[in-house]
Each structure stands twice: as C-alpha cells, then as structure tokens.
Design a protein around this ligand. Structure first.
Ligand code: NAP
Length: 328
C-alpha cells in the first residue's frame, strides 16, 4: 500500500499552459504542490499567488535545490525535456516529464541511466495510459471478442493557430507528430503489445520544415498494421479504432477519456457499448509517480515503453522525409 498520509511534495518547472490541468491533481489526494519556478521571478510569484502555491522561484535550478521537494513536473518545450529531467534526477527528484519525453532514442537512454544512477522515478506524462479504458481495450483486443487482430487506426488533430508557438519551431522539436501524433503511436503500440518492425509515412511540411500533418503506416509482427494521422491543420479530432477479423472496437475519446468512458464493440451481432470507470484525467499519472517512488516499483509508463515510442516516431519522420520504408 502506498503511503498517502505523508504529503508528496511537488514543484513545477515553468508557467506552461498545460499546468492548468495539473495544478489540481498535484495538490489533491495527499499531494502537495509546494513550488513553481519560472525563468521570470515575477511570473512565478504571480502564478503562485493566483494558484495558492506556497513557494515561487525565479529559476528552475533554485526549485531543484529545494530539499523539501520530492518530485517535479516538467511541462517545458519538447527539446528541453531530457536536459531538465536529468538535472532534476541529479537533484534527487522524481520526475513526471511531458510527452514526448525525448526527441531521439539516445535521450531516453540518457534518462534511463539518470534514473538508475540517482535512484529516482522518471516517467513520461501520457495521462491517458492511466485510465482503465486502455487495459479494457487491450483485453477486448486479445480475448477473441473481435477475432484475430488485424490493425489499429488512430488520429489526433487540432488547428494550431498560435503563431510563435514552439510547436512550429524545429529548434524546439516542433511538428504535429511529436506533439499529438505521439498519442496514437503510443496507443497502437500499447494495444498491439510489441515493438513495431518498420514504418512508412508522408507529411505536409511547414516552411520551417516541421510536419503540419503526418500520415504513417506502422508494421508490427504477425502482419498487424497501424495507420496513424496527426495534424495541426484540421479541426480537433481524436479517435482510435481496433480492427479484427470478427469485429472492431471504437474509442472516441482515447487520449482524454472521461471518468466514465465507453468503448463501442461492433461485430456481426451488432454494436454494444462497454463502459469503463476511471480516475480523473491527470490524477492517475500523478498518483503513479508517488506509488512508484514509495513502493520502489516501476511506473506504469516505463522508459522502455517510451524508448519504443520515441524510436518509432523518429523512424516515421525519417520515412516521411525520404519516402522509404524505415526499420524501427
Ligand atoms: N498531456 C497533455 O494533455 C498536454 C497538453 C498540452 C501540452 N502538453 C505538453 O506540455 C508541454 C508544454 O506545453 P504547453 O503548450 O503548456 O507549453 P507553453 O504554454 O508554451 O509553456 C512552456 C513553458 O516552458 C517554459 N520555457 C522554458 N524555456 C522556454 C523557451 N525557450 N521557450 C518557451 N518556453 C520556455 C516557459 O515557462 P517560464 O517562462 O515560466 O519559465 C513556458 O511557459 C509540451 O511538452 C507539450 O507537449 C501536454
């Protein structure tokens, strides 16, 4: 049993937009949000005042030096994830770092080494993985409900209309695949349950050469195929479909599931709906870091899983650039 009576004390690096989804979970259920840091002390102080966070720091280093902080949440631009996760680990903090955890396999290996050396938990903030709908979808995929698994189809798109966003900047790991495509790729791998073999892909590139839309085909062992789409240039849409020889599963909110979420099961007999109850989105990943830290067990999203995912994403980008099939 995880100790939830002793507060687990968190700090946040950066006043990011996504923080609005995390400040609640980081201060609930036995967690304490003790500090926030920003590159600007004034911004950190204002944010701390508004959110009721006791401590504000004008640099990330100062927050990491606070001995009363157990863990940090890192919502920085993509290209800064590895650097700050390593610094946090060196300071003895457990780490919940936003997706994508790294922009190349070597970065994930660096994190694996840092986690081992400093005996801390480092895990990628794929909040959807903590909802039991994922385990239920995997169960229905492999228990014969839809026959033999043939493929997975998934999409995550939204219209990105913020000029200057780091998501459009190659220096920061921009592109729709890194930002939202990482979700359907992760979901497909989680459902199939093994590392992909190879990929093919095509993309629409921005003038700065980040992908604005990406279509990928991922080949898994046993002739299982995933088709994945990500985009910054079409309206918001998320969906995962799992296709078998006897039917299919449809999940309409795979990446931001509601506490009560559904899977539609379509077979020759008709359509039924399976309802799955889960924790509030984002609470699961926050609780998992504490449980992994206090119980000395791996987090749900291990860095081995992240490594498969990141290497698949790297291969997709390479395939989209050169038009060839690329091994993962
Ligand atoms: N899991 C989810 O549901 C979800 C949703 C959205 C985003 N995300 C992820 O969360 C991360 C942050 O996304 P976001 O849209 O919230 O980011 P954002 O609003 O652009 O904020 C990023 C923060 O990083 C800090 N930063 C440090 N160096 C920076 C630099 N050179 N340029 C810009 N910012 C810098 C800034 O904080 P200070 O200036 O205060 O230091 C900034 O506020 C990304 O990895 C993204 O993929 C996850």
């Amino acid at each position: 049993m995880t100790d939830t009576a002793t507060p687990f004390r968190w700090g946040i690096l950066g006043v990011a937009r996504i923080n609005r989804s995390l400040v609640g979970p980081l201060a609930s259920n036995g967690h304490q949000l003790l500090a926030v840091a920003s590159r600007s002390l004034a911004r950190a102080k204002t944010y701390a005042d508004v959110q009721g966070i006791p401590r504000a720091y004008g640099s990330y280093e100062e927050l990491l030096a606070d001995p009363e902080i157990d863990a940090v949440y890192i919502p920085l631009p993509h290209s800064l994830h590895v650097e700050w996760a390593v610094k946090a680990a060196e300071a003895g903090k457990h780490v919940l770092v936003e997706k994508p955890v790294a922009l190349e396999g070597a970065g994930v290996r660096t994190l694996q080494s840092a986690a081992r050396t400093h005996d801390v938990v480092i895990t990628e903030a794929f909040m959807y993985r903590h909802h039991p709908i994922v385990a239920k979808a995997r169960e229905l995929t492999h228990d014969g409900t839809i026959g033999r698994l043939q493929g997975v189809r998934g999409t995550f798109s939204f219209a990105l209309d913020r000029p200057g966003d780091t998501r459009l900047d190659p220096e920061y790991g921009g592109g729709s695949l890194w930002d939202v495509g990482c979700y359907p790729v992760s979901f497909a791998r989680t459902i199939v349950g093994v590392r992909p073999v190879s990929v093919q892909a095509a993309a629409n590139w921005s003038p700065a050469k980040v992908d604005l839309s990406c279509f990928a085909q991922i080949l898994f062992p046993d002739d299982v195929v995933a088709h994945v789409h990500s985009s910054f240039e079409s309206p918001f849409k998320t969906e995962m479909e799992i296709i078998g020889s006897e039917g299919r599963l449809l999940i309409r909110r795979p990446f931001k599931p509601e506490t009560s979420e559904t899977i539609e099961v379509m077979t020759a007999k008709g359509t039924t709906t399976v309802t799955v109850e889960g924790p509030a989105l984002y609470q699961g990943e926050v609780d998992d870091v504490r449980a992994a830290a206090r119980e000395g067990r791996p987090p749900l999203v291990t860095l081995d899983e992240s490594l498969d995912n990141i290497e698949t994403l790297v291969a997709i980008l390479k395939a989209a650039r050169n038009g060839n099939t690329v091994d993962v």
